[in-house]
Design a protein around this ligand. Structure first.
Ligand SMILES: Cc1cn([C@H]2C[C@H](O)[C@@H](COP(=O)(O)OP(=O)(O)O[C@H]3O[C@@H](C)C(=O)[C@@H](O)[C@H]3O)O2)c(=O)[nH]c1=O
Length: 185
């Protein structure tokens, strides 16, 4: 596998080794020692799977306290996946990184603890799988506006996305009280 730093420090792009043959392909999607040696956490505690139709956007989400690092990948379809550094005091506070993850490109992204995360679906549907370093804790989970102009994510969308009620009402980063934000480092 190959692991690349992105231009947002802490966010990693992982290309698993894909063994193609006449039957199709095989890949290891996570192996603790190898991923740990490459700088990822070894202590994921929860696996999640979501299915969404084209035009759906989930995010931007984060947990604090109990921040979650997320190793994300797409099993079917294509999404534009985004991480935003929202750690109070970070030199990269408010900066985002986004890329296309798809079943075809096999890319995985690591979104570190303290970053907000979201994605929009670019194909008819997408099956989105991820491992988390912390358990889901609804009382610590928050949404941040997907189109916060202070963050300025260039979502590759031609029309307004479909959102959950929670995400539609989400505040801007500048309106989140400081104690809600994860702290750097
Ligand atoms: C995230 C999550 C949700 N749920 C439940 C709560 C709710 O009834 C239902 C749907 O939850 P949500 O609307 O929050 O699902 P969703 O919008 O898919 O939330 C996810 O979005 C992406 C972008 C992330 O980064 C994830 O960490 C997570 O926040 O599933 C769990 O039971 N466990 C979980 O870990």
């Amino acid at each position: 596998m190959n692991v690349e730093q992105t231009d947002l420090p802490g966010v990693l792009l992982i290309s698993p080794k894909v063994f193609g043959d006449a039957r199709g392909y095989f890949k290891e999607t996570w192996s603790r020692q190898r991923y740990q040696d490459a700088g990822l956490p070894g202590d994921f505690v929860q696996d999640n799977l979501s299915y969404s139709r084209k035009g759906i956007l989930r995010g931007l989400h984060f947990q604090n306290p109990r921040p979650q690092g997320k190793l994300v990948q797409v099993l079917q379809g294509e999404v534009f996946d985004v991480a935003v550094d929202i750690r109070y005091g970070s030199p990269h506070f408010g900066r985002w990184f986004g890329t296309v993850l798809s079943a075809e490109n096999h890319l995985q992204m690591y979104v570190p603890e303290g970053f907000a995360h979201g994605f929009c679906v670019l194909t008819e549907a997408a099956l989105f799988a991820y491992k988390c370093t912390e358990y889901y804790e609804p009382s610590s989970e928050f949404s941040l506006r997907w189109d916060d102009p202070d963050i300025g994510i260039a979502w590759p969308l031609d029309s307004a996305p479909e959102l959950s009620a929670k995400d539609r009402d989400a505040p801007r980063l500048r309106d989140l009280p400081q104690h809600r934000l994860p702290v750097y480092p």
